[in-house]
Design a protein around this ligand. Sequence first.
Ligand code: 1PR
Length: 550
Amino acid sequence: MPKVHLLDYVAGNVRSLVNAIEKVGYEVEWIRSPEDVKNAEKLILPGVGHFGHCLSQLSAAGYLPALRAHADAGKPFMGICVGLQALFSASAEDPGCPGLDIVPGALDRFDDSVKAVPHIGWNNASCPTNPTLYGLRPDSKYYYVHSYKFPYKKGELEALGWAVATGTYGNETFVGAVAKGNVFATQFHPEKSGVAGLRVLRAFLDGSGAKALSDNPPTGVDGDVSEMIANEGLTRRVIACLDVRTNDQGDLVVTKGDQYDVREKSDDRSVRNLGKPVEMAKKYYEQGADEVTFLNITSFRDCPVADLPMLEILRRTSETVFVPLTIGGGIRDTVDVDGTKVSALEIATMYFKSGADKVSIGSDAVIAAEEYYRGGKALYGNTAIEQISKAYGNQAVVVSVDPKRVYVPKQDATRHATVKTKMPGPKGEEYCWYACTIKGGRETRDLDVVELTQAVEAMGAGEILLNCIDKDGTNSGFDLELITQVKEAIRIPVIASSGAGNPGHFFEVFQETTTDAALGAGMFHRGEYTVQQVKDHLGEKGLAVRKFEG
Ligand code: 1PR
């Protein structure tokens, strides 16, 4: 197999990139020292996380001159995500840290006053001067996850000979990909962008992208770019969730509860078995799921370090599923069976190395939030959320919330943030607050969802997976009141979860709230609806969705 060199500086989930490269017929050789760069013909600089962290790691290890020399020598060079950002001169994320300065200009942060940041999801990369730049297509969508971006100004980079593809988030148009000569970089993750992303990787690896560009170099921006980018934007994200646990026979199965009770109603009360995790993840990928989430729902009982089957599930899934994978359950400091202490960061690292893109933290986030308020909102950098987000970036840390409704007769009957509800309580109570729980709903705490989500946002969580125990498995639609309350409290994206029973419920949650994504489980597992049907329905109702490219 032909080779490509990949720079390994511990930048998160490189396994997915390796899988994607192998899928398009290339073999990866690792660069482990600046000396190795000289032997590289085609070189990829992957990257997730923090601009300063990436650049200072590369600088400390002596890579920067070698990378510049590779690019100057005219050899194929590709940057991905922070690997694109590293090509610019600087970033507001770490103003004191210089970039490679191959592309002039400084990155800034998305404005979060009117939209959630990070920008997470499927967006365009449209290049008016070269519409098929490196296999890009104007009507395809690509997976982005970032808070910082290079703001697009018409003609600015083009005047310097760069071909530029853009995406639009809210009222901001940003650089999604740049190319000039032998250098190509994407802000999106081609390895997580399904078939559309594999096409881009192939165009870099087989040289067809660079050749087409040299045959047709950009000659300035023709036509009305604003018209081209008017159709762009983030699509509505539809996520399939698989709750996984060992059944009474010892097999790891996908299960699904009603209000978190996953045992059959029949006399034997066996664990409901809805299928095999890897096969089901692949099925949902092929139906067009924008992400797949695995929740190891009994991890609080088992020792996650010994829990090799979950790692194996990720490894196998990431070989065939080229959309983002999230893993939750048991991400906390723990002690292994042999007495060795293992930190949450080490557990997360194992998951990232096995193919996860994000980890989801449940119980441990509640405990950390309680500490945060007890300590007068002080941050010491010692929580799992802080440590993982510092190492891998905020976007890699999801907090999974398992709230339960607590009804009260009056708004001031509790110190907690209440909502006036359209679904009164058993005694006709008109108000409720949402109490956080731990251990899969088994323990309720004196902490409400507003307190929890604000605390974890301050700690560096990048996204909230908002379940609702009252709604879980009911097929009665999402809890719109809960979602609205949380969306108003925080700036990071929210995934609405629990209660989806048909495609109309997805439309309702996108229409009635400002949720950033919506997740379904039971209705997909029971085969009542496919992910494709949900997306078709959203599309028919006029919402932007990513079409699956087979
Ligand atoms: O606390 O960090 O070890 O994480 C444990 C994780 O396992 C948490 O994310 C928690 O939500 C999850 N979990 C624990 N027990 C259960 C259970 O069901 N008994 N599942 C559980 C949570 C809820 C959703 C579900 C939606 C959609 N699953 O993710 O997929 O409610 O369902 P629906 O569309 O069928 O209504 P830690």
